[in-house]
Design a protein around this ligand. Sequence first.
Ligand code: CDP
Ligand code: CDP
Length: 234
Amino acid sequence: MPLRLTIAIDGPAGSGKSTVARRVAAMLGYVYLDSGAMYRAVALKALERKVPLENEDQLEILARETHIELKPPAPEQEAAGMTNRVFLDGREVTREIRTDEVAQAASRLATIGSVRHVLVAEQQKAGAGGGIVMEGRDIGTVVFPNAELKIFLEASAVTRAQRRWMEHQEKGEKVTVAKVMEEVRERDKRDRERKVSPLVRAKDAVLVDNTAMGIEETARLIVLLAREREKTSA
Ligand code: CDP
Ligand code: CDP
């Protein structure tokens, strides 16, 4: 019986983490977890309650009092591209958390160490048994520093913005590529430059640039690496 690995996938916005991680998990029969959805869910709650994003104490309390559940989508939802279904205090917010406003609020909230502490503990609990593909910004560096396989997923800034723009198009949202590029750039800068758990490649993470690679190709490459690690870690 091969060992069930912990696979950490980190990288900037639009690099393909959610799509690729979900595919890898499906191929290996592992659980997939989108840690960014947790930051987004707390951010949505803060926006709804009009908690100022500078108020660290109040945001920590909010994070502690929040119950987030990530569930796998139904097969037809999965076929339509849905990753995790997200429940905030029992209410489904899968779509609500996918706006640019929530993304920006999430990245501001993610600079607060005490908020991260609460969410990281949840993520560690969720992945404790292995057999998991978790993606985010600090999975290989902070959440699972001992993960058997770490991937740092990259793609050029233009490609990442174009991918995000395509998603807006598909949802019928009118926005220019330049505007999307600005949103992604601002968030990446904040994520890379923050003091607590910045987005950085772990020393032992494999750098995969999928600018010129499709989802399937990228997922297969990671599965190949995972199969090797399953053998050597057993
Ligand atoms: O989670 P992250 O922000 O890193 O990216 P994503 O949401 O998984 O991917 C952003 C978009 O790029 C999705 O619509 C993917 O289908 C697409 N994508 C792609 O076209 N080619 C890839 N190699 C990876 C992702
Ligand atoms: O899908 P996309 O890459 O656009 O973003 P996401 O993964 O949903 O994450 C939203 C925001 O949450 C990011 O911009 C980060 O600021 C934060 N985040 C984090 O700090 N650490 C994580 N492990 C995951 C997300």
